[in-house]
Design a protein. Structure first.
Ligand code: 4NP
Length: 156
């Protein structure tokens, strides 16, 4: 059965697209893409329809990771369609839990809960002047997505 993973941040142009792209890349490498429905969304809709921030795109390109999705705002149906919803920081988690419908079976996690290095919060790099925060976000997403998928593999 297909599993669903939704990556959520505030604007859906910096952190969650990086997380989504990394997750898609890893499941492709592992040959399990068919098992997953994957997307990302923002708690806010200010950037709906936009490509990710140029620094996010450059960071992914530096790591040879393709990404072509555009931003969208999270919708009530998302809480029913996805098994795992990952926030990047505690504000994201508060927003997700606030809007969680009672009939949702989605499990809500900080993506960083899975980081083997224990860095739970993926800080918002949007207001940074440079792109170092985006590379750090990429590394955190890579570690956490890898460990999350490893944890599921151990369950079976
Ligand atoms: P993100 O970063 O949540 O990682 O996509 C942000 C992007 C835009 C804004 C805030 C955070 N904004 O306020 O427009």
């Amino acid at each position: 059965m297909t599993k669903g993973a939704l990556f959520v941040c505030l604007g859906n142009i910096c952190r969650s697209p990086i997380a989504e792209a990394v997750f898609l890349h890893i499941i492709k490498e592992r040959g399990v893409s068919e098992e997953w429905k994957v997307d990302s969304a923002g708690l806010g809709g200010w950037h709906s329809g936009n490509m990710p921030d140029p620094r996010a795109r450059a960071t992914l390109a530096n790591h040879d990771i393709q990404y072509s999705n555009t931003a969208r705002q999270i919708e009530p149906e998302d809480y029913l369609e996805y098994d795992y919803i990952f926030g990047m920081d505690n504000n994201n988690i508060s927003g997700l839990k606030r809007d969680l419908p009672p009939n949702s079976k989605a499990k809500i996690f900080l993506l960083g809960d899975f980081d083997p290095q224990g860095e739970k919060i993926i800080r918002d790099p949007y207001y940074d002047t440079g792109s170092e925060g985006f590379e750090k976000c990429y590394q955190q997403c890579l570690r956490s997505c890898t460990a999350f998928l490893d944890s599921l593999a151990k369950e079976v």
